[in-house]
Structure formats: C-alpha cells, structure tokens
Design a protein around this ligand. Structure first.
Ligand code: GLU
Length: 473
C-alpha cells in the first residue's frame, strides 16, 4: 500500500471538500469557519520502559467539535500517525456523526507506534499510560470524549482503556460508557466488531439498488452481477468482503501490504484469510493471479473498488487506471480531492468515507446507550414479545381452525435478540442516510458528487446545533 500518509496534507484535503460543499449552504462565513476548526488538539509525550532503557512515545487526542457531547472517535496505533492526520480524522468524525444522526461531536486519537514491534505487555503499558494522560486533561469520559477502535487497535486495547478509566474513577456509575468497541464480557455490544464492514456492504447495496443511477454509469441494478476488489484485509476490509459476498457480489480481488491477488471467478474470503494466517501472506493462494506490487491489484477489472486500508491510496497518479465504476470508501480519506475530480469526470461514483464507513460509530452509539442504560437491548421485552406473539398465533389458530407450520411459528414467535436489534438499527441508518444524501445531490443545483451532498447535509445539521446552543445568533 502507498505509504504516503506523512507526505500529504490530509486535514487540508478534508477542509477543501468542506469548502466545496459550504458554497451550497447559506451559513455565515464565521460559523462555517468555526465548524471547520479543530477545537482542541492535545499533543503529548510520555516515556515507557523498554529493554534496558526508555522510549518516548508521541501521542495525540483531537476533539474537533463539541457542538454535541460527548465527542467520539477511534484511536489509531501506527507509525504513520501525525498531528495533521489525527486532526483530519477527527474532523471526518464530526461530519460522519452528523450524516448518520449520531448525536456526538467528532474526535480522534493516535499513538505513533507500529504495534507489531511491541510486546503485549508494552502495548498494555502504552495504552494505560495514554488513558491516564487523557484523564489528567479531561479528554475522556462518558459525557466528554469516548474513544473506540481504529487502525491498529481493537477490543483488547478498549478493555485496557475501560479498566484504567474505571480504576481512576471509582464508583462512577456510567464509567463503562467511557469507551466503545469493548469485548462483550466487558459490556460491549454484539455486532460492533463487524459493524463498519457490514455498514459498507449496506451502503454499496443501497447505491447499486437505484436502477436509474446505475444506468448512468453503464451498470445494472443489484449486487448479483457485481465484481468487487477490496484493499485491506483488516477488520473493515474483511467484513466488507464477507457481507458483500453474502449479499450476492463476487470478490474478484484482494490487496494487502505484501501484494495483491485476483481471480475473476471469485474468492472465498474466509479461505484467503485462513491462508494468510497460515503463511503470513495472501500471495500463493491457489488459482489466483498475483501482483507483487499491491497497488496494481487496485487497477484490475471490476465494478466496485473498496479501499478499506488507509488514506491517500487513490491519487492523480493512479485514478485513471482504475477500472471500477464505483469506489466505496471503507477507509477514511482513501481518495484525494484531485483524484475524485478526475474520477467524477470519468463518470464514476464515489460513496464517500464519511457515510460509507459510518456503521462503526453508529453501533458504537448503540453500545454507549447500552452502557448508560445498564441493560442489554431486548432484555426487558424479549420474552414478553414472544409470549404475546404466541398468544396471537394460538388465538388465530383456534379461530380459523388451521395450524401454522412449525418453522413459520418459530419465526413469528421469536423475540428480537441484541444482535438482531443492532443490525436492524444499523441497516435502517445506512439506508435512510444514503437516500438523504442522494436527495441533496438531486435537489441542489451545482452539487456533483455524493461527497459534496453529504457535506452539505452535515454542515446544515451542525450549523443548526450551533444555533440551538445559542453560540450563533
Ligand atoms: N474508528 C471508527 C471510525 O473511524 C469508529 C469510531 C467510533 O466508533 O467511535 O469511524
């Protein structure tokens, strides 16, 4: 993958996209400037003991906007993390939450380490110290700022954060709501891990379901005949591929650090995943054409490309070689504004990151609600619903004299589980938001891309919040 995160001005790119959209709104210049600004940037360093000596760790937490509280966003562990990147990602979180109507401001954290170079004990030390530094400055808390997983972090790191926070805030009733993406055993929520990828798949399914939009780019409606290339086999890429295949698409290409593989007949994602786990590489997978240069994998024939790794992957250098008609941004910021302009001229559609990968934060919101209410979704009503449904069926059967087949009975009677409720809330959110964005695209003269339309909707919502707060007259 292109390792260009440090060479680009990512925050400026986000602001550029913001400005392109702001011209289609009627808000005063000062308010737009306030929305765009990163309100709080906390940069800190701390030492950890390593080997016989010490190492100084660089870390950040950025709260982009407090128009809603708490602020929300993941924590990234990568040796490419820098202040500009964390600011850009925090800003994207603000717009993302607004699009999917999740009542949070945006934030992001980052620690400049390659987690592969540290032992589990060292990672635990780093995570706990990072959390302590956030507590000292009031940069974490269920009503202040709520981190989550991002690139290089997962459930393990979230449980260390939760444990450190609870230790430092004994007796705080809502303490578990200080972080999301926790394991189930620590009051996480079912479906959070796969939520971003599942959301990406819903977003794509929704986009390709509109026959008239597909006709414009020479495609048929539906996922059944779609060939997909996915970049990144991490949590987002893996689950995007898995659910897209489940919805009927064919995964023809996969790209990772070590190279890319392609097979026009399609891959079983779990087989490729198992092969990589065993051999340490996707290369060597039976029956696939291979590319040692991973970026070549993105340029192979397909209908949909899902960059689900890092920012700045699709640039003026390679965008003209992309065969896909649809780019669905599983990652944050994978396409530069210049590349998007060219791709739009090529009559391609980009499903923008701030909507496309918003499934993660949507389910984080559900987890936070679960933590604040101290009860799992469905726990109170599940059995009640089952009993009511059973009574209804029994009554119908006795009134009509007919009996309902056992498998139908089971389906009708069953109350919803936490996972079913989470997935249905996520699906509803992704469907609703897609059509909201598309509506703006169709109704605002001059708006040419889904990204600009998404920004317009988002800016409008944030502006209303500022006005309701009385911050703006
Ligand atoms: N890191 C994820 C994102 O970029 C999730 C954030 C969250 O759940 O708060 O959207």
């Amino acid at each position: 993958m292109a390792n260009t995160a440090n060479e680009k001005n990512f925050f400026a790119d986000v602001c550029k996209n913001f400005d392109s959209a702001a011209q289609f709104t009627a808000h005063p210049e000062g308010l737009l400037t306030q929305i765009k600004a990163c309100n709080s940037v906390y940069r800190f360093q701390f030492p950890i003991r390593r080997g016989n000596g010490f190492e100084v760790i660089d870390a950040w937490r950025v709260e982009h906007s407090q128009h809603m509280n708490p602020t929300k966003g993941g924590i990234r562990y990568s040796d490419m993390v820098n202040e500009d990147e964390v600011m850009a990602l925090a800003a994207l979180m603000t717009y993302k939450c607004a699009i999917v109507n999740v009542p949070f401001g945006g934030a992001k954290g980052g620690i400049c380490i390659n987690p592969k170079n540290y032992t589990i004990g060292e990672l635990e030390n780093i995570t706990r110290r990072y959390t302590t530094e956030l507590i000292k400055k009031n940069f974490i808390g269920p009503g202040i700022d709520v981190p989550a997983p991002d690139y290089g972090t997962g459930e393990r790191e979230m449980s260390w954060i939760a444990d450190t926070y609870m230790t430092m805030n004994p007796g705080q009733l809502d303490a578990l709501g200080c972080v999301t993406g926790k394991p189930i055993a620590l009051h996480g929520i079912r479906g959070r891990k796969e939520a971003t990828g599942r959301g990406v798949a819903y977003a794509i399914r929704e986009c390709v379901s509109v026959a008239e939009d597909m006709a414009k780019i020479g495609l048929k409606a539906g996922l059944g005949d779609k060939r997909v290339i996915v970049q990144g086999l991490g949590n987002v890429g893996y689950h995007s591929a898995k659910f897209l295949a489940e919805f009927g698409a064919t995964i023809v290409g996969l790209c990772e650090f070590e190279g890319a593989i392609y097979n026009e007949n399609g891959f079983n994602i779990d087989e490729v995943f198992a092969h990589r786990k065993l051999t340490g590489s996707i290369l060597g997978f039976p029956g696939a054409v291979e590319f040692k240069n991973s970026m070549e994998g993105l340029e192979q024939p397909c209908d949909i490309l899902v960059p689900a790794a890092l920012e700045n992957q699709l640039t003026v250098e390679n965008i003209r070689n992309i065969k896909a008609k649809i780019i669905a941004e599983g990652a944050n910021g994978p396409t530069t504004p210049e590349a998007e302009e060219i791709f739009t001229e090529m009559r391609g559609i980009i499903i923008p990151d701030m909507y496309c990968n918003a499934g993660g934060v949507t389910v984080s919101y559900f987890e936070w609600l679960k933590n604040l209410s101290h009860v799992a979704f469905g726990r109170m009503e599940n059995r009640y619903a089952e009993n009511s449904n059973r009574n209804l069926i029994n009554t119908l059967e006795s009134l009509t004299g007919k009996s309902i087949p056992a498998e139908h009975r089971l389906m009708i009677v069953k109350g919803a589980s936490e996972l079913e409720l989470v997935n249905s809330g996520l699906e509803d959110t992704m469907i609703h938001s897609y059509h909201e964005i598309r509506e703006t695209l169709l109704s605002k003269a001059g708006v040419k891309t889904l990204r600009t339309a998404a920004f317009v909707g988002s800016i409008d919502k944030i502006a209303v919040s500022y006005m309701n707060l009385g911050v703006w007259p």
